[in-house]
Design a protein. Structure first.
Length: 429
């Protein structure tokens, strides 16, 4: 993979101090909505998810030798399995957190196996004809979320549509027309202007801010859930049963997403992160971050496509920026008022921004196919890409047992890998 000279700031480049905070805060905005949504849906403390997101990113960066500008946020893949485990345990989170802790250990074990047997199999398992559509599915699979947040649905609120449109246009214009520092913070500018417009349109709910003010809790430690007794924090206990085991197969989904996200980022930055620092280290970093999050009472961590999209749009791949974002996330988890303020950012603002973010990811899948000159005159390539795109975007679901399903990116990847091995490579004449 060729070095990408288009990066304004490469992985080891340090930004100017005056710009560092704004570049990092832009990443915080990108991940915030999704990262706090997972604990809201699963019943985990939001403050812990935010804290674990920042701490997990730092752990990951350390294990990968500060070579990969990845931000880790809360994983959506485990939501259904976690909800089922909590319900089966009568509301207790013991089985869910135990399962997520074991998921992290599985990541580490897979990483160690790769370290022992080598990484060449990755190229055979994931050639460009599989990687390209997989990347496109990652981006396009998120498209419905962006459109829904933007209010671009039947009987949608015209105010929401207007706010999303203004956010999108402002972000796009700043990204393409702005000069100097503003050119590399288009999302931050888009969110700020979109937020102001949303206030004018009367669609900002200030309830979270009012609740914090009424409580008088200006500074507070995250509401940790710990597997041991410590102070006033709530406690959970390790549990290994069918509810725990049911969570583990979801690791197939997240490992596939892990490889896909790192492939996307590699293509954007112009470095092969699957080889240096290596898939073994990225998996171990992701896994340890997930296990630590579970120990604190938080959701599983995963690489975030939103932040990959920010890097693709801004051409800023500095590890200093992602580490800065992680530190900001940790600090924000201890200031309820700041977290509440960010929670008031309405969905249309996030939707307008996400249309660009997710589109950048999908477009990079096309770029992989073009750069590797994949020949779609060869029938096998056409079949592999077609099947992966339809299955990945069409909402195909493959149940595994009674509690777990493969869908989206993971199912698309499995289909692509199998077809790549099954279909003959001889060109049809």
């Amino acid at each position: 993979m060729k070095e990408n000279n288009e990066m304004i700031l490469d992985v080891r480049d340090k930004p100017e101090v005056s710009k560092w905070f704004f570049l990092s805060f832009q990443h915080v905005f990108a991940m915030f909505g999704a990262t706090i949504l997972v604990p809201i849906l699963t019943g985990f403390p939001v403050s812990v998810a935010l804290f674990a997101s920042g701490l997990g990113t730092i752990i990951y960066s350390f294990i990968t030798q500060f070579k990969v500008p990845v931000y880790l946020g809360s994983s959506f893949a485990y939501i259904a399995a976690v909800q089922i485990a909590i319900k089966a345990m009568g509301g207790a989170k013991d089985a869910a957190l135990s399962g997520l802790f074991l998921v992290g250990l599985i990541y580490v074990c897979v990483g160690l196996i790769i370290k022992v047997i080598g990484k060449k199999w990755v190229d055979k398992l994931l050639p460009p004809i599989v990687i390209g559509p997989m990347i496109a599915v990652i981006g396009l699979g998120l498209a419905s979320s962006a459109i829904s947040n933007a209010g671009l649905v039947q009987k949608g609120d015209p105010r929401a549509m207007a706010v999303a449109f203004i956010t999108f246009v402002v972000t796009a214009l700043i990204s393409t027309k702005a000069k100097g520092f503003f050119k590399i913070i288009p999302f931050l500018c888009g969110i700020i202007i979109g937020y102001v417009v949303a206030i004018c349109f009367g669609i900002v709910d200030f309830t979270p801010i009012q609740q914090v003010i009424q409580s008088g809790r200006w500074v507070a430690l995250p509401e940790f859930l710990l597997p041991f007794k410590l102070g006033h924090f709530e406690q959970w206990h390790f549990y290994f049963g069918p509810e725990t085991i049911a969570i583990l197969p979801v690791v197939l989904v997240t490992i596939s997403e892990h490889i896909g996200d790192h492939t996307v980022l590699s293509k954007i930055v112009g470095k092969n992160f699957l080889k240096d620092p290596g898939l073994d280290k990225t998996l171990m970093g992701d896994g340890i971050a997930t296990s630590v999050s579970a120990l604190l009472g938080g959701p599983a961590n995963t690489t975030y496509g939103e932040n990959t999209g920010v890097i693709g749009m801004t051409k800023v791949a500095s590890i200093y920026v992602t580490i800065g974002a992680a530190c900001i996330a940790i600090v924000l988890s201890m200031f309820p008022l700041v977290s509440a303020l960010i929670q008031t950012i309405p969905n249309p603002v996030l939707g307008g921004m996400s249309i660009l973010l997710y589109g950048v990811i999908a477009s990079n899948g096309l770029r992989v196919l073009i750069d590797h000159q994949v020949d779609f005159g060869e029938q096998r390539n056409l079949i592999i890409a077609s099947a992966m795109l339809v299955i990945g975007i069409g909402g195909a679901i493959l149940p595994i047992g009674g509690l777990v399903t493969l869908s989206g990116t993971a199912l698309s990847a499995v289909v692509g890998i199998l077809l790549n091995f099954i279909l003959p490579k001889k060109r049809n004449k």
